[in-house]
Structures are given as structure tokens and as C-alpha cells.
Design a protein around this ligand. Structure first.
Ligand code: SF4
Length: 420
């Protein structure tokens, strides 16, 4: 058997419709691999595996459970692969409690071994800045715990709820909004009994029509257990719409087995928000995982946190948005970084995000422009932020600034009535 072509399950080859756009973006060798039943493994992944996990076969590498079992979780694991800076080493040694170090071998292959300033590396290896606590920061800046009627369920808006399914992620992002609860060591526990209480709460409230499954990462849950939850939620007649928020397609793309995709498609309408940080995450493997989900009929949207020195420039953001569209992922939200405790080194001025949106709007496809929002601290919900485009009135005319900065008039009927 060709060990460079993994078969994640004994299944027929992908349908002819799979990933047409995605394939066009990759060389013939990748398209060739995709015609097999297996999951692609980039040259970069192969080289990394042979160097750092020489005993692992290609099949093991492409088994998401192997990826979870072999995560890099401590100083020794990091130092086996990375040349840590003194700041990183001290930060890892100092860490206690939730949001531990956790990096899948696959994702580690995308991180620079020697450059501590590489964007992806900065998002996953702790630095001393995590231990600086500034005024205005909080462990639960969005006030989620305050809006939790039962443990693990946030009910803030009348018609929708946030269902926290697990505290586990395959990789831990250092800027995580839920750093207080992910990765163990915190006060949060998740169990089937807790899920049942949340399901009962939703079932008893006909106003709830939209359930967002998040965590932690719901796609790290075993397929049969996740199906148990989806089936129970789908059985509630007033729940019209299910959503899953996940980073797995980019940090653990092997998780998107055809078995998982087949299971998910049984619970439509099911949408998915994919957490993406940087264009370097949008690899051949990520193209396969997103293609499998899109081919299962799951509309995909992206969520990105604006992060200082990581993705806070127009070129990086434009490349990321364009690549997402190629992968059939609609750029959806760009978040101003929440004021989580220890996040100052990640946060940018709000003006940076506005500048990026202004530089995208009109200069690229409208589909490539996400909504820039602040999740209002204290539980105020998402507040959209827009560059100033309505600059005033002249009589009945509305004065508008276009993407080139030129002013145009629109004869506004409302203005005409007001001035009549
Ligand atoms: S994947 Fe999401 S929940 Fe998990 S650490 Fe990253 S931001 Fe937090």
C-alpha cells in the first residue's frame, strides 16, 4: 500500500462535484491524491512527520485520534520541535490552570521552528504578555457566565442560544475568549447530564429557534456522541437552525472524515462557522476538510479575531479572504479582540480594523468583506463597526463617500420629505 496516500475510511472516492474551485488552486499532484479515497498530505506535512515523528505512518498522521494523542502539550514537547525564546520558555514554565499549551502535530508543522515572531507561532506558544493584566480586562469579558440559565448554555438573545458542548480543543489559541474554561484546570466541567439539562431548557422554550454549538471545539467530540446531541436538538420542533463553531477544519483537518460529513448532513439545516486566523492556515489539508463539509451541503462562514502583528494588515487580510472564497467559506465576522485578561499584546486599536475594512470594501469582491464587530463587554452583543460612508446632507441629498474617497449625492426620498 502507498503509505503517502492515507485512507481515513474504506469509502468510495469523492463525488465528481467535490471541491472544483479548490482543485483549481492546487497542483496536479494534489488533485491526483484527491481522486483516491484518502486525505491529502502536503509535502510540508510529510517532511515534518519524517523529521519529528519518524515512527508514525502516513495513515497514523491522517488519523485525527493519533493527532490528538500526540499533541504537543509541555515544554519538553515544544523544545523537541521549536527553538524557544527565553520569553516563551519562561511563559510555558509559569503556566498553571486552564488554556494549557496544546498543538496538534499537523498544526505544529505550520509553525516556524526558529522564528518566535511568526504569526501562527505567536497564536499558540505562550509569551510573558499573557501574565500582564491591564485595567478593563476580565476573565469573562462578554459576561457569558451571567447569562447562563443552566451550566454551559448562554441565553442572551430571545431566539437563540450558545450551547457550550465541551471544554476541549485540539489546539489552544492564546487569545481565546473562553480561556477561563477551556483545557481543564478551571472550574468548568462538561457532561452528558449537563447536555441534557441544556436540551431540556431549549425544549421548554418555543422562542428558541437557533442553537449555536461551541465550546471548546465541538468537532473534537466523538462522532456518535455529537450525533446524539444533534439528533436531540433536531427533534425539538421549534429549533429551526443549528450552527457549529469550530477551528478543527484548520488545526485538525483530518477530523473531517467522510463519516463525519455524512453524519452532519443528516441534521440540516446545519451551518458552520470556521475560526481562521491567518492565510497560512489555508493549506491543502484545510482545502480538503472544507471541501468535504461544503460538499455535505453545509454553508461555511469564517470568524477571525483581529490580532496585532498577526493579521492586522490589509494584505494579510485580503489574501485570507480571497483564499477563503476559493475554499467556499464566506468571510463572515472580523472580531475586535475581546479584552480578555492578559490579551493586551494581541489587541489592536479599533481604527486598525476600520482601516482594513475600508481598504477591502470596494477594492475587492463584496463577498470577501467580513462584518467588523466588537462583542460589547458585559454582554451587550455584537456591535457592527463601519467606516464612515454617509458624510452628511445637502438639502434632500445624502452625501456619500465611495471607496476611492470621492463624494457622491443620492436623492434621498426621506430627506426630500423632511425638507419639503
Ligand atoms: S479553538 Fe476556539 S475555543 Fe479553542 S482555544 Fe481556540 S479560540 Fe478558544
Amino acid at each position: 500500500m502507498d503509505h503517502e496516500r492515507e485512507a481515513d475510511e474504506a469509502e468510495p472516492p469523492p463525488a465528481a462535484s467535490a471541491a472544483t474551485l479548490t482543485r483549481a488552486a492546487f497542483p496536479a499532484t494534489v488533485r491526483e491524491r484527491e481522486r483516491t479515497a484518502g486525505f491529502p498530505q502536503s509535502a510540508r506535512s510529510r517532511a515534518f512527520r519524517r523529521c519529528h515523528f519518524p515512527d508514525a505512518t502516513a495513515q497514523e498522521w491522517n488519523d485525527w485520534r493519533w493527532q490528538l494523542r500526540n499533541r504537543i502539550r509541555d515544554l519538553a514537547g515544544l523544545e523537541r520541535i521549536f527553538r524557544l525564546s527565553a520569553d516563551e520558555r519562561a511563559a510555558v514554565q509559569r503556566h498553571r490552570g486552564p488554556l494549557p499549551v496544546g498543538i496538534t502535530p499537523y498544526y505544529a508543522s505550520l509553525l516556524s521552528a526558529g522564528d518566535a515572531m511568526q504569526p501562527l507561532r505567536r497564536t499558540h506558544i505562550p509569551v510573558g504578555g499573557e501574565y500582564l493584566h491591564l485595567p478593563g480586562e476580565a476573565d469573562d469579558p462578554l459576561g457569558e457566565d451571567h447569562d447562563a440559565p443552566v451550566p454551559g448554555l448562554v441565553h442572551r438573545y430571545p431566539d437563540r442560544v450558545l450551547f457550550l458542548t465541551t471544554g476541549f480543543c485540539s489546539t489552544y489559541c492564546r487569545y481565546c475568549t473562553r480561556s477561563r474554561m477551556v483545557g481543564g484546570g478551571g472550574e468548568y466541567t462538561f457532561s452528558l447530564d449537563q447536555w441534557q439539562r441544556a436540551i431540556d431548557y431549549i425544549a421548554a422554550r418555543p422562542a428558541i429557534r437557533d442553537v449555536l454549538l461551541s465550546g471548546g471545539d465541538p468537532l473534537t467530540i466523538a462522532t456518535d456522541k455529537l450525533e446524539w446531541l444533534l439528533a436531540r436538538l433536531r427533534a425539538i420542533r421549534h429549533v429551526e437552525f443549528l450552527r457549529i463553531g469550530t477551528k478543527a477544519p484548520l488545526v485538525l483537518p483530518q477530523r473531517v472524515t467522510r463519516d463525519l460529513a455524512r453524519m452532519l448532513r443528516r441534521y440540516h439545516p446545519l451551518w458552520m462557522s470556521v475560526h481562521v486566523t491567518h492565510p497560512d492556515e489555508l493549506t491543502e489539508e484545510a482545502a480538503e476538510s472544507t471541501a468535504r463539509l461544503a460538499d455535505a451541503g453545509i454553508p461555511l462562514g469564517s470568524q477571525t479575531v483581529l490580532l496585532r502583528g498577526i493579521n492586522d494588515d490589509t494584505d494579510t487580510m485580503r489574501r485570507m479572504m480571497h483564499r477563503l472564497l476559493q475554499l467556499r467559506v464566506k468571510p463572515y465576522y472580523l472580531y475586535q479582540c475581546d479584552p480578555i485578561t492578559g490579551s493586551a499584546h494581541f489587541r489592536t486599536p479599533v481604527a486598525t480594523g476600520l482601516r482594513i475594512i475600508a481598504a477591502l470594501r470596494g477594492h475587492t469582491s463584496g463577498y470577501a468583506v467580513p462584518h467588523f464587530v466588537i462583542d460589547a463587554p458585559g454582554g451587550g452583543g455584537k456591535v457592527p463597526l463601519l467606516p464612515e460612508t454617509v458624510v452628511g446632507r445637502d438639502g434632500a441629498d445624502l452625501l456619500l463617500r465611495n471607496f476611492e474617497g470621492r463624494i457622491y449625492r443620492y436623492p434621498d426620498p426621506e430627506g426630500a420629505c423632511a425638507s419639503a
